[in-house]
Design a protein around this ligand. Structure first.
Ligand code: GLU
Length: 481
């Protein structure tokens, strides 16, 4: 049997990390078994339609390296792949169930339903559709429809017995039919409900395995009544546990940690996010933590999926991101860092030197502006106490002597290159019998106005350029009196 899977996002305008993980696992599973991966856009809920949201889905999936074999943009034999474009396909299936007595036309108005819901609430009961229209004779129903009366089609759920299915992760899931509502299959506007379209599409697209979030676990038995009503074979269900912020909270839009885009804009690399998300709820069965896409395909298995919710640990992601950043080439680092250099006002500085000092310490690109703030602008009010450092054996007096000697020597330097600055400063330290650190510490403090900086005195001097470096050194000297 050929494996056919689908990722079926609703176009919301964002990619939730949970959705991204579902897409990734579905893709890995499919590629592993040489199957077909289908992209289906579930946009039956037109009220929630977000302009441009489908493009966001394409872009994000491509970004994370997923390719689909069938989908709205690439076509395929089971199309169309956007539910709104399939809308005429659903009604005949609903009518087929009506023929079989497994569904019926319902004419209850919203007002009537509201009144019955309110009455139920008053009795302290939760309202469940009361099969009010079930016994309307078919000819009468058809006459009313022909006369233009609004209607929906409801599933005729058995009043007793059990609806159940077996999930690969969660095992046997059963619900009492008595607890189920006669759910609407076709809405008054002629559109299918989300659940109905989902079932019809999975079947008509030949989907063999459904991977999706565990929020659908409880509605799946209800769907399965439809499979039984049609006499169709059910796909294999694999529900994935939630991704949680902590033991009790899901990742949420409100806390700004739920979406793939949130992390990209916080300066995380796609590769690190993908790698980390792959490990949220799946483990390879060994100690490995770093995976390329090919390695993920090779290592992925349903047996490695976890049953308990995954806790999203941003520190772990950040650690992993730093590791991915360190593995970038200098040029690739610069490509990613450029927008942040621009933001910090240092885009014109030497990129190779910036990459050399920043790459080893950057955990997320968004940290860059803060790390380099002193390059763009010196905080001139820094305290002269910064010149004191026990280990380098310096204090404001030593610093004054050092800067007094260094400033004219640097001013006279013909080439403002790293090599020339290095040779000059290291040569001066040797000449004066000073430790390199004793000479370089005051220079760096004067150049940066702070004690902790990425890069040393020489690198900072090159980045600042002659004029600004000399200006800062002169300022340092004047502060020291
Ligand atoms: N359209 C659903 C969503 O965006 C997916 C449901 C499914 O995979 O069956 O969450």
């Amino acid at each position: 049997m050929e494996v056919r899977t689908r990722f079926a996002p609703s176009p919301t305008g964002y990619m939730h990390l949970g959705g991204m993980r579902t897409a990734l696992y579905t893709y890995l599973f499919t590629r592993k078994y040489g199957g077909k991966f289908v992209l289906r856009i579930e946009d039956t809920d037109q009220a929630r339609y977000v302009e441009g949201a489908t493009e966001v889905i394409y872009r994000t999936l491509r970004d994370i390296g997923l390719t689909w074999d069938e989908g709205p943009d690439v076509g395929g034999a089971y199309g169309p792949y956007i539910q709104s474009a399939r809308k005429d396909m659903y009604l005949p299936y609903a009518k087929q169930l009506v023929e079989q007595g497994k569904a019926y036309y319902c004419f209850c108005t919203n007002e009537a339903l509201e009144a019955r819901r309110a009455a139920a609430a008053e009795r302290g009961e939760t309202f469940k559709y009361d099969k009010h229209c079930l016994n309307i004779p078919r000819e009468e129903a058809e006459r009313r429809i022909a006369a233009g009366e609004p209607y929906v089609i409801r599933q005729n759920v058995p009043t007793s017995g059990e609806a159940s299915f077996d999930d690969v992760i969660f095992g046997h899931i059963a619900v009492d039919c008595a607890e189920l509502d006669d759910m609407i299959l076709i809405k008054a506007d002629g559109m299918p409900t989300y659940n109905f379209a989902n079932v019809i599409d999975d079947h008509t697209m030949g989907i063999t395995h459904v991977l999706r979030g565990s929020e659908y676990l409880s509605s799946t038995p209800k769907y399965n009544l439809l499979y039984e009503a049609f006499g169709w074979e059910k796909p294999v269900y694999i529900h994935l546990t939630n991704i949680m912020r902590d033991a009790t909270h899901k990742l949420s839009k409100r806390t700004g940690d739920a979406y793939y885009e949130d992390y990209i804009s916080k300066g995380y690399l796609m590769e690190a996010i993908r790698n980390y998300v792959a490990l949220l709820g799946w483990n390879p069965g060994d100690e490995r933590e770093f995976f390329t896409m090919d390695e993920l395909i090779e290592a992925f298995s349903l047996e490695g999926l976890s049953k308990s919710p995954a806790i999203f640990d941003v520190n772990k992601l950040t650690w992993m991101n730093a590791e991915y950043i360190r593995r970038l080439s200098g040029e690739a680092f610069t490509q990613h860092a450029l927008p942040y250099y621009a933001q910090a006002g240092i885009a014109g500085m030497d990129h190779a030197v910036l990459a050399r000092i920043l790459q080893p310490r950057t955990e997320t690109f968004a940290q860059i502006p803060e790390m380099v703030d002193f390059l763009a602008k010196l905080d001139e009010d820094y305290s002269v106490e910064l010149f004191t450092n026990k280990k380098s054996k310096t204090n404001p007096d030593v610093a004054r002597d050092v800067l007094c000697a260094v400033l004219p020597a640097l001013s006279a330097l013909p080439d403002w290159t790293e090599e020339a600055i290095h040779d000059l400063l290291i040569g001066m330290a040797a000449e004066r019998g000073l430790k390199n650190g004793t000479l370089l510490w005051p220079v760096r403090i004067a150049l940066a106005g702070k004690q902790v900086t990425p890069g040393g005195a020489i690198e900072i001097a090159v980045l600042l350029g002659r004029e600004e470096a000399l200006r800062r050194l002169a300022l340092g000297l004047s502060k020291l009196g």
